[in-house]
Design a protein around this ligand. Structure first.
Ligand SMILES: Cc1cc2nc3c(=O)[nH]c(=O)nc-3n(C[C@H](O)[C@H](O)[C@H](O)COP(=O)(O)OP(=O)(O)OC[C@H]3O[C@@H](n4cnc5c(N)ncnc54)[C@H](O)[C@@H]3O)c2cc1C
Length: 470
């Protein structure tokens, strides 16, 4: 009698494939894992976290990308709690000041402010950031009639309409170049600052709205938190909480096909993976390429999301090489200052433990909408650009102890005017592709807490959809 060796039964396909291992993909994976839903996560690069990247150099802790989460948006904090990181969260050091450069000097941003516009009389009168005519124009916001229609507009248009041109030049433009690497005349006020349009609609004036006592008391210890090991600590905690075999690094999703009620994903390593649900946590342009064969119109909507590239330059100095007091977190630079950088952070003043005693850690931002070609410069050129801007401003003598340059190519998603309509159309189109989901900063959210919130709520929808479609 001959026996035939039985081959082991092939392992069943995972119900879910996630493409993209930035914070969006990892947060979605974490939520699926909590619901006992097996998944495979494909990450194109060799490390998790996407734009979140921290490293240790001697006793310095460097955040190349994001360095904080905003806790007024609770989902970032909730994720840290779920990962057991709550006790490690640290607030910004005091004094909690930020500055704006004007005429080569730094002016403190008044503490009580609406996107930098003082909402209290005293700080407003005292600041030298604005000319007297600009102060009068900003104060007149109280009486500017409210917009009568519900259409979207750029933040630049909104700010100039309500507060005058100087408010846009010295506040909105540099803050948005610093935070979003974006163009104040393109970014959508409705997508990024819904609080402002709601305040205008409800109270007729932002000054009037924000002078009222806040419904929620101010957060003690300021609105930002970080982690002692940098923001990559959050990424590492997520990876540690997931089954190692479910994550494949150096593996891109290269093609997607719809197949009998599910999806077939082809990878750069030559595999094909069948899944019932597919979560694309990739940048919107990558998402567009992947879904093109399934739905060209959906791909065109996703592909229309604009991205900018930016760079950060980290510079360590001996403390006595920098004359400035460095009291606060840093500064933003209006375009009209023509300084070569968009912002600077004093990382070792902003957070405890970022630099050893007797030294300081600074960071300069370049590129974005203002200077798209900046990231094409060599590291030496970028360090030179940063030093050229920082030396006169901060009184720096001597050379840095060391420098690091980080580039974020097409990494800053721009929620431009009309973004909410675009996302609504994307969501309608996704409704015709059961089991297909988009997350990440290109779509419904941009900062880490909002991206996490969207990823986790989408993962819950995936779980519900899988349960309903058996
Ligand atoms: C310099 C900088 C500073 C910032 N600072 C802050 C901050 O302090 N606080 C804050 O809240 N937010 C900050 N943000 C914004 C925030 O960090 C991002 O919006 C968020 O991290 C985006 O996460 P994501 O997962 O959507 O995208 P990403 O981080 O871009 O991740 C996408 C991932 O998809 C992978 N990928 C791409 N194509 C494929 C493919 N075909 N197959 C598989 N994988 C693929 C990429 O390799 C990448 O890992 C900052 C952003 C930048 C760029």
């Amino acid at each position: 009698m001959t026996t035939v060796a039985e081959s082991p039964a092939p392992s069943p396909p995972p119900p879910v494939v996630i493409a993209g291992g930035g914070i969006a993909g990892l947060a979605a994976a974490f939520e699926l894992h909590r619901s006992h839903v097996p998944f495979v996560l494909l990450e194109a690069s060799g490390r998790p976290g996407g734009v979140i990247t921290s490293e240790r150099v001697d006793d310095f802790v460097l955040d190349g990308g994001p360095d904080s989460i905003l806790i007024q948006k609770p989902e970032g904090l909730a994720l840290c709690r779920d990962l057991g990181l709550a006790d490690r969260l640290m607030p910004t050091s005091k004094p909690r000041l930020a500055f704006i450069q004007r005429d080569g000097r730094l002016h403190a941003l008044p503490a009580a402010s609406v996107l930098g516009i003082p909402t209290q009389f005293g700080p407003f009168i005292r600041t030298k950031l604005f000319s007297w005519s600009a102060k009068l124009r900003m104060g007149a916001e109280w009486f500017i009639p409210k917009k009568t229609d519900d259409s979207d507009e750029s933040i630049g248009h909104f700010m100039t309409r309500r507060f005058g041109a100087e408010a846009t030049t010295y506040l909105a433009e540099p803050l948005l170049a610093g935070i979003h690497a974006g163009d104040v005349d393109r970014l959508s006020v409705k997508a990024l600052f819904p609080r402002f349009t709601e305040a205008e609609a409800e109270h007729g004036s932002l000054l009037r709205a924000f002078r009222r006592p806040a419904k929620t008391p101010p957060v003690p210890d300021g609105p930002f938190r970080s982690l002692p090991g940098g923001m990559s600590e959050l990424v590492q905690a997520l990876v540690n909480a997931l089954p190692a075999a479910s994550i494949r690094f150096n593996t891109s999703a290269t093609a997607v096909a719809a197949d009998g009620g599910g999806y077939v994903v082809t990878t750069s390593t030559g595999d094909t993976i069948r899944a019932r649900a597919l979560v694309l946590a990739t940048p919107a342009f990558a998402t567009a390429r992947l879904v093109e064969p399934i739905d060209a119109a959906l791909a065109s909507l996703a592909g229309g999301v604009n991205y900018h590239s930016a760079g950060t330059i980290l510079l360590a100095f001996r403390r006595d090489a920098v004359a400035h007091a460095l009291q606060g977190s840093g500064f933003v630079v209006p375009r009209v200052e023509d300084s070569g950088i968009t912002a600077g952070s004093w990382l070792s003043s902003k957070w405890a433990g970022r630099a050893p005693k007797g030294s300081v850690l600074l960071r300069a931002f370049v590129g974005g909408a203002r200077d798209p070609k900046a990231v094409e410069k060599t590291d030496v050129e970028l360090v030179h650009t940063a030093l050229h801007a920082l030396r006169p401003l901060l009184g720096i003598a001597g050379d840095p102890l060391f420098t690091r340059v980080y580039r974020f190519m097409r990494a800053n998603a721009q929620h431009d005017v009309g973004h909410l309509d675009r996302v609504a159309a994307i969501d309608r189109a996704l409704g015709t592709h059961p089991g297909l989901f988009f997350i990440g900063s290109g779509f419904r959210a941009v900062g880490i807490p909002d991206v996490v919130a969207d990823a986790r709520s989408t993962a819950k929808k995936v779980t519900a959809w899988l349960a309903a479609s058996i």
